[in-house]
Write a protein that binds this ligand. Structure first.
Ligand SMILES: Nc1ncnc2c1ncn2[C@@H]1O[C@H](COP(=O)(O)OP(=O)(O)OP(=O)(O)O)[C@@H](O)[C@H]1O
Length: 231
């Protein structure tokens, strides 16, 4: 797969696969193409090449692969008087059937997502009243309400404190254990090394792909892409 923005080649000949149940850290310097890769996988930017989905390889074969995406710095303008539950419920909207009223299945999916990321107690709170870390978890809950097979997250830990980061990573690890393919762009190399099983290092193309401990071994990181602060 390749992604271009006019004269800029963001990605060239990227080739990798993510299996159900994998927890993958996508790492690389600023401008390496991590967001472009996630956005291409989510179908949000044009790309050359192919993205193949294999529904039969998902724990629940629904005939198509559901992909959910949480954008970088995704904090939306929450100046409407809506609750956390309502925002998470928007994850259930189907633009092809926008007139459909939410049913019991939708309510169950929203409740499960709220519990899964630990924001159940915030369900009735207005979204304007959330901290940045709480808002990030609500956005994850909205993605989970889609009951995705593939979950793509762009810098979900940015701006989170250690406790919120730990809670988020625990939620992602549990999702992967349930068979969701989780792919997460990260700048926190120590976190990627410690909490993720697999790391894919990107700089316009895939530089390295394998067990996170190996790809991000202290000796290799600086060689791979001159990432700072890794000891
Ligand atoms: N909409 C756009 N129009 C033009 N160029 C873009 C656009 N989006 C990204 N780029 C360029 O594509 C390249 C890859 O950007 P991308 O955002 O994918 O990198 P990244 O690895 O996610 O960076 P960061 O870690 O800083 O978020 C960069 O050179 C960037 O300037």
């Amino acid at each position: 797969m390749s992604v271009r923005y006019g004269p800029i080649t963001a990605l060239a000949n990227v080739d990798f696969a993510v299996a159900a149940g994998e927890l993958v850290a996508l790492v690389g310097r600023n401008g390496a193409g991590k967001s472009s890769l996630l956005r291409a996988l989510a179908g949000l930017v044009a790309y050359r090449g192919t993205v193949e989905h294999h529904p039969a390889a998902c724990p629940r074969d629904r005939g198509r692969v559901r992909v959910a995406y949480v954008a970088q710095r995704a904090t939306p303008r929450w100046d409407l008087p809506v609750s956390v539950r309502q925002v998470v419920g928007t994850g259930r909207l189907d633009p092809r059937r926008w007139w459909r009223r939410p049913g019991a299945g939708d309510r169950q999916a929203v409740d499960a997502a709220l519990r899964r990321v630990g924001v159940w107690s915030l369900a009735d709170r207005p979204v304007q009243a959330l901290s940045g870390g709480q808002a990030q978890r609500v956005l994850l809950a909205r993605a989970l309400a889609q009951e995705p097979d593939v979950l793509l997250l762009d810098e979900p830990c940015e701006g989170l404190d250690a406790a919120s980061t730990g809670a988020l990573v625990d939620a992602l690890t549990a999702l992967a254990a349930d068979g969701v393919a989780v792919c997460c762009a990260l700048h926190e190399i120590d976190l990627a090394r410690g909490a993720f099983r697999r790391a894919v290092a990107v700089d316009r193309t895939v530089l390295a792909d394998g067990p996170a401990g190996e790809v991000l071994s202290r000796g290799r990181v600086a060689d791979l892409f001159g990432l700072a602060g890794t000891g």
